[in-house]
Design a protein. Structure first.
Length: 326
């Protein structure tokens, strides 16, 4: 056990207590949490700053608004419904088309307007919200996968999580949907975490549950050496979210749309630590390097620093990182 702890310390792995005490409590003023916990407010902030996000079609805020279901079918061929204060990918309904009066989901199943109305009622009641508080539903543009993900995503949209510390990108991964995750990019539900070399934007090894993998379990395609398009632009978007939110330690989730390019999906004031497992290394050394450097107001300089300082080739995947206790 002691040798395992020392191995984890050597690669700089941090745990929840360290993350919460040394970084979230120190660098994230609690008064700013509502700016990122409510996805509608986050979207409004991003749009005001000229940062690209999926278009917001409508919001459902009261039981009376639920009557808009018929209008949604008539106005939009496809769309996504999600809780404004949801977390972990729960409560998201993806509509890809219609069949008669019914809605077609991303998995091909049909749902009736009555079923969608019931689903919206559950969102408003807070079934999917942080803390179970009453919520509102967002209806927004459905992202269409960038072709690079055609062979490594199962019935869903991958997202790219970038940890930003004091405006500096410090670690990144792709979360790839699987059959087990039911098309959701959620690691706890069975999605794949794939580390990304910050320097080059190329993918490293991946993890699925407690297993190190090189190929997608459903498609069989390699998940290594994928070159993320417009990597510098993605890092710049993520770095700008420091000024946007005022949060010193945050997770930025970005999707790559086939037609619109990188879009900010959401921000997270309490990003999880599984990104360390996906990258086979810890966050501590990178966070300390940022604390020790001269902070820069210029986003371009911050991104250049991160790409140079945190570039890797192919880091060894430490077996200890795959233990659930971390």
């Amino acid at each position: 056990m002691l040798s395992k702890i020392r191995s984890l310390q050597q690669v700089g792995v941090i745990g929840i207590n360290c993350r919460n005490g040394d970084f979230i409590e120190r660098y994230n003023p609690r008064r700013l949490f509502p700016l990122v916990d409510d996805k509608v407010r986050t979207k409004q902030l991003a749009m005001a700053a000229g940062i690209a996000v999926p278009e917001l079609y409508d919001t459902i805020e009261t039981p009376h608004d639920i009557r808009k279901v018929e209008q949604l079918r008539d106005r939009y061929t496809d769309f996504v419904i999600k809780p404004a204060q949801g977390s972990g990918g729960d409560g998201i309904l993806v509509v890809t088309g219609h069949s008669g009066k019914n809605f077609r989901r991303h998995n091909g199943l049909l749902v009736t307007p009555e079923e969608v109305s019931h689903y919206l009622s559950n969102i408003l009641s807070g079934q999917y919200s942080l803390g179970g508080h009453p919520d509102k539903a967002m209806v927004e543009y459905r992202v269409v996968n960038d072709p690079i993900f055609d062979d490594v995503a199962y019935q869903g949209i991958p997202d790219i999580r970038i940890i930003v510390f004091q405006g500096y990108p410090v670690m990144a991964m792709i979360r790839l949907p699987t059959r087990q995750s039911q098309g959701k990019a959620n690691l706890h539900q069975g999605a794949i975490g794939v580390g990304i070399d910050l320097g080059s934007g190329r993918t490293l090894g991946g993890v699925h549950g407690n297993s190190v993998i090189a190929n997608h379990p459903d498609t069989g395609s390699s998940i290594r050496d994928l070159e993320i398009p417009e990597w510098d632009r993605l890092l710049t978007l993520a770095a700008r979210c420091f000024e946007l939110s005022g949060l010193g330690y945050l997770g930025v989730d970005i999707v790559l749309d086939r037609n619109q390019g990188p879009l900010i999906l959401e921000l997270n004031a309490r990003p999880g630590l599984n990104i360390q497992i996906a990258n086979g290394t810890g966050l501590r050394h990178r966070l300390r390097a940022v604390e020790e450097c001269d902070s820069a107001d210029d986003v371009t300089r911050r991104v250049a620093f991160s790409r140079r300082r945190f570039a890797v080739q192919a880091p060894p995947m430490a077996d200890e990182l795959l233990q659930p206790a971390v």
